[in-house]
Design a protein around this ligand. Structure first.
Ligand code: BDR
Ligand code: CA
Length: 309
């Protein structure tokens, strides 16, 4: 039986890769997509989720969530993803709108009413999930796992210390990490190993289908900042690591540890702190990805893109 998932995202180029891999997979059933502010504002991320899903031929419902963090001031990543968050003209505009029900209420209703546990995949700031957990704490019992992209065991990308998603809303991330729900964290330490180099981009293009061509173009667009700012050989495919792990856990090495987020202002605001030696005396609250197999990841990505038109 396919694993039932809800995806909370802020598309976003690498979020679009995540959506494509999940749609193409037969092992995952997407119940719904919820959107958050993040890479760009909520109206753009919601429109982009609808655009990508329509283009992929998926009629999964899309519910827009909150448009700002619980406490921190908003940051965005338009410099990486473009002004609208997804400069991909071939994808066109959606033929439908978002559902009337807000993402928070959708999450609470769906989880509370589900006889079985559901897995949550999160690729943006964790604000929607944190608010849903505060609104109805009992939904924690209905969540199998939260697989999220965010944080880093080493350096940051949006401040020297912090990764973008968690820097957007460190308080929300701490609520999720304190929830008692099993979490799996994909931070920069591992997503920076998954680089769409020119060779990988050529492999996408060589598939010869529409999906291969459009995702190759997106990876190239995304690569500009990665080359200029970080000196990388291409773009880092952060968000799809979550779905890749769900499909092929052997592609990543993980380690259980206590993770907390710096929620006080200052140099380390938004940074994840990793207690690998158990020094805090607190129990582990996350499986943290510490190593990736990029070749295996790209083989999986290519297999899935090849299934699309
Ligand atoms: C994360 O920030 C966003 O720009 C990406 O979509 C990814 O979720 C990487 O720090
Ligand atoms: Ca994202």
């Amino acid at each position: 039986m396919a694993k039932r998932i809800i995806i909370d995202c802020d598309p976003g180029i690498d979020d679009a890769f995540l959506l494509a891999m999940a749609v193409a997979s037969e092992e995952l059933e997407i119940l719904g997509v919820t959107t958050t502010y993040g890479n760009v504002g909520l109206s753009h991320t919601t429109n982009n989720a609808l655009r990508v899903l329509d283009w992929l031929g998926s009629s999964v419902p899309v519910h827009a969530g909150v448009d700002r963090a619980i406490l921190s001031s908003r940051v965005d990543a338009a410099a990486y993803h473009g002004e609208t968050g997804l400069e991909a003209p071939e994808i066109g505009q959606p033929r439908r709108g978002a559902e009337a029900e807000n993402a928070i209420h959708y999450l609470v209703r769906t989880l509370a009413g589900s006889p079985d546990k559901i897995t949550l995949v999160a690729s943006g700031p964790l604000t929607n999930l944190a608010i849903a957990l505060r609104l109805e704490p009992s939904i924690a019992d209905k969540i199998e796992q939260i697989i999220f992209m965010g944080g880093s065991t080493d350096y940051g990308n949006d401040s020297p210390a912090a990764e973008f998603n968690l820097l957007c809303d460190p308080h929300a991330a701490q609520i999720v990490l304190d929830s008692g729900i099993p979490t799996v964290m994909f931070g920069l330490n591992v997503t920076h190993q998954v680089i769409a180099t020119p060779r990988e981009v050529e492999r996408m293009r060589a598939l010869g289908n529409r999906a291969g061509r459009v995702f190759a173009d997106m990876a190239e667009f995304f690569a500009k900042v990665y080359r200029e700012r970080y000196g990388f050989a291409g773009s880092a495919l952060h968000d799809p690591c979550t779905v890749a792990w769900l499909l092929r856990p052997e592609l990543f090495e993980t380690r259980a540890m206590r993770v907390d987020v710096e929620t006080n202002s200052g140099l380390s605001f938004g940074r994840t702190v990793h207690d690998i030696w158990g020094l805090s005396g607190k129990p582990a609250n996350a499986e943290v990805a510490i190593d990736a197999n990029p070749d295996g990841f790209f083989d999986l990505l290519l297999t899935l893109l090849n299934r699309l038109n």
